[in-house]
Design a protein around this ligand. Structure first.
Ligand code: GLY
Length: 299
């Protein structure tokens, strides 16, 4: 049997490399993906995820994350959690629960505390400086406050045909306190069904959640579309719908993989992603919109 992992953004490369060793050794998709996402969360250079994530309007780092098990369709999700080191691990733990699987803010923090997850101040000096700079720019140059929303999202399948998806993000820079994007929302930021495949989204959550886009990609894969066709169809058709009905579409990118380890991406902006399977070593690709399709090449 095959294994594979696809992840949004180049920042996932080291994590995907690590996960691919684990998957090759026969370890589970859930463990491999969790380790890969933790590596992104732990790296302060990646300012849209985990430690060093860019803060909200009040200079607080509020984090969202989710985990979905494609065998049982179990979901665990948290949003607006502060001061915990690895949101993806808290989300994974929640996916074991029968009730209360999606927790927000203080409720998520109390759960994480009770389950013994590591606390950490997630605001770095660099992120604080970026916040101060943006506050000054907003005053001086009338700049829009909102920027940066590069979620790490992954779909991972192991040798035993277990398929999982996960997401982790600090969301929109300068977001309003309590704002939640697509990343922790099942069907929008992620979806997984081991009998079909999985998908994960990145971009402007406010627009992604209008189209339940990850679920839609999995639904099209179920109808027999190749992952590449499914991802580009969903992204381009929905971007066009947003442009027609609202005058514009935000950045939207989707990465997906089916149960056979075949993968695809759709995007309406420049987008990097990382793939590794039992047949291809970990590679970074760069994708772009090409009419109503998505073109990509090795970066
Ligand atoms: N896609 C992440 C967010 O909008 O929060």
């Amino acid at each position: 049997m095959t294994w594979g992992i696809i992840a949004t953004w180049e920042m996932a490369l080291e994590g995907v490399k690590h996960a691919s060793y684990m998957l090759e050794k026969g370890l589970s998709a859930a463990d491999s993906m969790e380790e890969a996402i933790k590596m992104v969360e732990d790296n302060p250079l990646y300012t849209s995820v985990g430690y060093g994530g860019l803060p909200n309007e009040k200079c607080e780092v509020e984090l969202d994350a989710a985990f979905m098990d494609g065998n049982t369709l179990s979901v665990g999700a948290i949003c607006g959690i502060k001061d915990f080191k690895n949101p993806i691990s808290v989300a994974r733990k929640l996916n074991e629960e029968r009730f209360n699987i999606f927790l927000v803010g203080i409720g998520a923090e109390e759960y994480a505390q009770e389950k013994g997850f590591e606390r950490k101040n997630m605001l770095t000096e660099e992120s604080k400086k970026a916040w101060e700079k943006r506050v000054a720019e907003m005053k001086d140059k009338n700049l829009s406050p909102y920027d940066g929303h590069d979620t790490v999202g992954m779909v991972c399948i192991d040798k035993n045909e277990n398929l999982v998806t996960g997401t982790s993000t600090s969301g929109l820079f300068m977001k309003r306190k309590g704002r939640v994007g697509d990343s922790p929302i099942p069907g929008s930021g992620f979806y997984a069904d081991s009998e079909i495949g999985g998908a994960t989204a990145t971009g402007l959550g406010e627009d992604i959640m209008k189209g339940c886009m990850s679920y839609e990609v999995v639904r099209l894969m179920k109808e027999g579309l190749h992952p590449q066709k499914a991802a580009e169809k969903v992204v381009h058709e929905f971007s066009e719908k947003l442009e027609k009905r609202r005058g514009k579409a935000g950045a939207i990118s989707i990465a997906c993989m089916n149960k056979n380890g075949e993968w695809g991406v759709g995007t309406n902006v420049e987008f990097t992603f990382v793939v590794a399977t039992d047949k291809e070593r970990p590679k970074v690709y760069i994708a772009n919109r090409d009419g109503n399709k998505t073109a990509f090449q090795e970066a």
